[in-house]
Design a protein. Structure first.
Length: 101
């Protein structure tokens, strides 16, 4: 079953965040992930989203998403975003293929 990493980010120092933003995509790809939402226009349709930006990656499985998240490569990059904003990250399952009754 596919899994998704969903990131809610409020970037307060974009110039300092840029090295992290450049470094992560190749690592995501090397672990089998792909970006579904990254950059572009975002429009709040309901509720107060403030300055939050959403990033979504799709993974073939939870195991591959976790392998990326805990990898030496990502752990070496992650400190680049320290102090550049606030982040909330969650791992969620994709749609189940079984019928719910």
């Amino acid at each position: 079953m596919p899994a998704y990493i969903v990131v809610e980010a409020i970037i307060t120092r974009p110039e300092d965040f840029a090295p992290y933003a450049r470094a992560v995509p190749p690592v995501v790809a090397s672990y089998g992930g792909e970006y579904l939402v990254l950059g572009g226009e975002q429009e709040a349709l309901e509720g107060d989203w403030g300055d939050a930006r959403i990033v979504i990656h799709r993974w073939p499985s939870r195991e591959q998403a976790r392998a990326f998240w805990h990898s030496e490569e990502y752990q070496a990059i992650k400190p680049l975003r320290a102090g550049t904003g606030t982040f909330r990250v969650t791992l969620v399952d994709g749609m189940q293929q079984e019928t719910l009754e």
